[in-house]
Design a protein around this ligand. Structure first.
Ligand SMILES: [Zn+2]
Length: 170
């Protein structure tokens, strides 16, 4: 497919990319009920062709096309290093090893994101299922899904594809 209108950005590769200011709403539950808080995130915006070039075919299929790696095949489901798991697309710190737990599912599982603002969730009704999809707030990379059968105190299980992550030892 011809890649039009992106020559301006073609020299920028790997992490970083093109930064654009975007305003997103964040849902906050307060004593008065639900209110919306505006916060600014420097979004990473790249064309589909640029992502395809920057990633391996598997990383691209999972992170940019909402794919799911097969259970027990990824690099991190049985990984026990100490450090931070960053977004494979933009390098944003998403999860920490201290929040990783053995879920027995074959996918790396975390009880909580590294920071509240690093991972965003949305409703996913694909494949005839009602699920909560998790993505990188900075570049919208698909990460996996969130289930409510995780350990205390969050009770959440962030079921994440290894292909969307890049581990950095600390
Ligand atoms: Zn990202």
């Amino acid at each position: 497919m011809e890649n039009k209108g992106v020559d301006l950005y073609r020299s920028r590769r790997g992490y970083g990319g093109v930064e654009a200011e975007g305003v997103t709403g964040r849902r906050r539950l307060g004593p008065a009920g639900v209110s919306w808080e505006k916060s600014t995130v420097n979004k990473i915006v790249k064309t589909d062709a640029e992502w395809r070039e920057a990633l391996t075919p598997e990383q691209y299929a999972v992170a940019r096309q909402q794919g799911t790696e097969r259970a027990f095949t990824g690099a991190y489901w049985n990984h026990h290093g100490t450090g931070v798991y960053r977004c494979v697309c933009c390098g944003s710190p998403l999860f920490r090893s201290q929040d990783k737990f053995e879920s027995g599912t074959g996918w790396p599982s975390f009880a909580t994101p590294a920071a509240e603002e690093s991972v965003e969730t949305s409703r996913d009704t694909s494949h005839s299922m009602e699920r909560v999809e998790a993505h990188c707030r900075k570049c919208d990379a698909h990460l996996g899904h969130v289930f409510e059968d995780g350990p205390a105190p969050t009770g959440l299980r962030y079921c994440i594809n290894s292909a969307s992550l890049r581990f950095e030892e600390e």
